[in-house]
Design a binder for this molecule. Sequence first.
Ligand code: NAD
Length: 172
Amino acid sequence: MDLSRREFTRGARLVAALSYSRILGANDRVRVGYIGLGNRGDQVHDAFLEHGDQQTVAVCDLREEYMDLAVKKSRATPAKYKDYRRLLEQKDVDAVVIATPDHWHALMFIDACRAGKDVYVEKPLSLTVVEGRKISRRPSTLGGSRRWALTADRQPISRRPPSSSVPAASAV
Ligand SMILES: NC(=O)c1ccc[n+]([C@@H]2O[C@H](COP(=O)([O-])OP(=O)(O)OC[C@H]3O[C@@H](n4cnc5c(N)ncnc54)[C@H](O)[C@@H]3O)[C@@H](O)[C@H]2O)c1
């Protein structure tokens, strides 16, 4: 290829400028707290780490070594908690991933919405139908604004089924 030094430098400057324009500012990143970092929580953390628009700011598990592994992978300095309620108190957590055993999902989901966090929760969404119905009204009624809540199959929880097929959540 016949390329002058001047042309090469101009091209390199353009590439550098484009790269800088793609560097995300702190306001463009979703600051995520992970609750439950066992088998699935670790997988989801790995998958989310591939996206530059998320940052791990907090981790929570009963097992210290699982948290340490997550901190190591995170390329950041997330806070560690054994009690998920302390993680929910952390102001700079925008969203949480819940990957604890099934019986914790409903309670953690509702507490996270109350704390104003967006939620990604592993399947199954809940252990009982009653819990599921209670959850289905949380995203839009808590936190003062509409929260995003996704299940592991990426279905928004706030999308309500036809009212004729399922009793209203308030009837539970
Ligand atoms: N493993 C999978 O491939 C897979 C796939 C889809 C969905 N899921 C779902 O993901 C969830 C987790 O499954 P898993 O296989 O990762 O289980 P796991 O036992 O490997 O991990 C659960 C983690 O949650 C932690 N934990 C338990 N109670 C806690 C609490 N109160 N506070 C904080 N941490 C707590 C445990 O210490 C453990 O590290 C389950 O609901 C499961 O159905 C798992």
